[in-house]
Design a protein around this ligand. Structure first.
Ligand SMILES: NC(=O)c1ccc[n+]([C@@H]2O[C@H](COP(=O)([O-])OP(=O)(O)OC[C@H]3O[C@@H](n4cnc5c(N)ncnc54)[C@H](OP(=O)(O)O)[C@@H]3O)[C@@H](O)[C@H]2O)c1
Length: 267
């Protein structure tokens, strides 16, 4: 089974590193002396982050500005990461966003962009970078899914669909490569304190946001899972307990409860 003893000197590519969970993952990797390529669309944030990463102990810190909704952007990230690092040992597929609200009224364009980032870009990066890791028999992939991957999630339907896809892809590929030293981990956070809800335009989430976990804690749990070669990491005891209970109930009932919770909030 794949494990990662230490991230020191490993070439790591982190997507969605300009904010939230991705930024904290990059910082923790820098603390361990990793060689990093970070990517997102906001250049100013990445410049600031790279200075921080170097201060913290990153052996190298490079940035690539790219829109992962654009296939050319994905290609540019792969080329830049290979050029800067020689090869990528660790891929963190973290970039993502949601399109909240009624599916019937949702923007088709925004939904397509979300699928391009959350599904297509993550898959292309994995498909392109995993073979090298398997050949070298070392490294790992952290795919940032969500607890929304496990059940119907009315009023964030297509988002939950993208995360179910990523979870399924990740757990399936884990099985395919578990005889190697390459780790493949799906990180499934619950509500986390990042820019995610503002970026997507969620409204009236009220009590949901009160119990959010810090981004650095989520990042730490994800990297710990990857280090140990865990196929899946669900953050927080209450999220794990809820998912356990949900397995015992009919899926339609879970969907109905979720609809009442979310629908009542006029997203
Ligand atoms: N926060 C939560 O409660 C929560 C819960 C479960 C799962 N997640 C997942 O965790 C991951 C990280 O989200 P977060 O909570 O840290 O949110 P965040 O603070 O909004 O960060 C999202 C990151 O993704 C990048 N990104 C978004 N669209 C992009 C695009 N088209 N091209 C390239 N990069 C793009 C953003 O960078 P730019 O805007 O600079 O491009 C940013 O760095 C996501 O996959 C999200 O689905 C979050």
């Amino acid at each position: 089974m794949g494990r990662i003893d230490e991230f020191t000197d490993l070439g790591c590519l982190v997507t969605g590193a300009s904010a939230g969970i991705g930024r904290e993952i990059a910082r923790l990797l820098a603390d361990e002396g990793a060689r990093l390529v970070v990517t997102a669309r906001r250049q100013d944030r990445l410049v600031e982050l790279c200075e921080d990463l170097s201060r913290r102990g990153a052996k190298e810190a490079h940035l690539v500005v790219a829109d992962l909704a654009d296939p050319d952007g994905v290609e540019r990230v792969i080329e830049a990461a290979d050029a800067a690092l020689g090869h990528v040992d660790v891929l963190v597929n973290n970039a993502g966003f949601a399109v909240p609200g009624s599916f019937v009224r949702s923007s088709e364009e925004r939904t397509a962009a979300m699928i391009a980032v959350n599904v297509t870009a993550a898959t292309v990066l994995l498909r392109r970078l995993l073979p090298g890791m398997v050949k070298r028999d070392r490294g790992g992939v952290l795919n940032v899914a969500s607890v929304a991957a496990f059940q119907a999630a009315p009023y964030q339907a297509a988002y939950a669909g993208t995360k179910s896809y990523l979870l399924n892809l990740s757990e399936s590929v884990y099985q395919e490569v578990k005889h190697t030293m390459v780790a493949v981990t799906a990180l499934c956070p619950g509500v986390t304190d990042t820019e995610f809800f503002d970026a997507a335009g969620y409204k009236n989430l009220g009590p949901f946001l009160k119990r959010r976990m810090s981004a650095v804690k989520v990042a730490r749990l994800g990297l710990r899972g990857l280090r140990r070669g865990k196929p899946t990491v669900v953050t927080g005891f209450s999220n794990r307990a809820l998912l356990f209970v949900e397995r015992l109930a009919p899926r339609t009932l879970i969907g109905e409860v979720s609809r009442r919770l979310m629908g009542g909030r006029k997203l």
